[in-house]
Write a protein that binds this ligand. Structure first.
Ligand SMILES: Cc1cc2nc3c(=O)[nH]c(=O)nc-3n(C[C@H](O)[C@H](O)[C@H](O)COP(=O)(O)OP(=O)(O)OC[C@H]3O[C@@H](n4cnc5c(N)ncnc54)[C@H](O)[C@@H]3O)c2cc1C
Length: 226
């Protein structure tokens, strides 16, 4: 696709806020095909600077959906947050290697996410709702940041960790504190997505318990130092 091709400028359907600072951007799909776990580059105001975002929608949905944290002072996410229905956003062809639930021919899986790192797992569950993972560990800062939690809980065994406040239905702490709840087994594949610190700690924890690194699949969205 080229800049002259209308397909590269996707029309905005909606921007819906899930929580302060976290929104869902829905774009018209046109002919874009992707796999759960794929990303696309979405561009900012100048149509030059871009950032990768994971698809959160199922592969057969008519809209492309993204779960995005608005980064104060950021070049792209605040721009996307301010889009109106009918605006157009430049979008790259899908790309990526993270494939939640897709390694090992029907092998059981565990998903572990922080924040908007839940996006590729939503894409998986919206695509294959009848093949849930054994467990989902989901870490957020505030309880309201947990996106579509009831929907998620209706489909799989979710353990929620909220780090910055108490919540009745969640563990108070970091998602890595919940690692003892993770099913362990040589046949299981583990899919980690979100903050680098969670991914690094979880990888070490799993390897110390004998999990083969080839069964630990990782997608880093954010670096804690940045
Ligand atoms: C493969 C991949 C997939 C991704 N998918 C998603 C997704 O689905 N949803 C999503 O929300 N993001 C996703 N991201 C992150 C996204 O690409 C951007 O990095 C993010 O939106 C910030 O871009 P920006 O242009 O708004 O901010 P930038 O201009 O890049 O940075 C803005 C400011 O925020 C600071 N900052 C960066 N990270 C953090 C942090 N963790 N905490 C505090 N401050 C920080 C920077 O230092 C800078 O000062 C993904 C990243 C990768 C690599």
């Amino acid at each position: 696709m080229t800049m002259n091709n209308d397909n590269e400028m996707a029309r905005v359907i909606s921007v819906n806020w899930h929580a302060p600072g976290i929104f869902e951007l829905a774009l018209e799909r046109d002919d874009i095909r992707f796999m759960p776990g794929d990303c696309t580059a979405l561009f900012g105001a100048d149509n030059q600077a871009s950032r990768p975002y994971s698809f959160a929608s199922g592969v057969d949905e008519t809209a492309l959906r993204f779960l995005i944290r608005r980064m104060e002072g950021g070049e792209v996410s605040p721009y996307l947050a301010e889009r109106q229905p009918g605006d157009r956003v430049r979008i790259s062809p899908p790309f990526g290697w993270f494939r939640p639930g897709q390694s090992g021919e029907g092998a059981p899986s565990v998903f572990i996410a922080t924040g908007t790192g839940i996006a590729p797992f939503f894409s998986y569950l919206r695509t294959w709702p009848d093949s849930p993972p054994l467990r989902v560990l989901y870490g957020v800062r505030k309880r309201a940041d947990a996106i579509d939690l009831e929907w998620l809980r209706a489909r799989c065994d979710v353990r929620l960790a909220v780090s910055r406040e108490d919540a009745e239905d969640a563990f108070r702490g970091r998602v890595t504190d919940l690692l003892p709840d993770v099913p362990l087994g040589p046949e299981i594949h583990y899919y980690l997505c979100g903050l680098d610190a969670m991914i690094d700690q979880t990888t070490v924890w799993l390897e110390e318990r004998g999990i083969d690194i080839a069964h630990i699949h990782r997608e880093c969205f954010f670096n804690a130092e940045s």
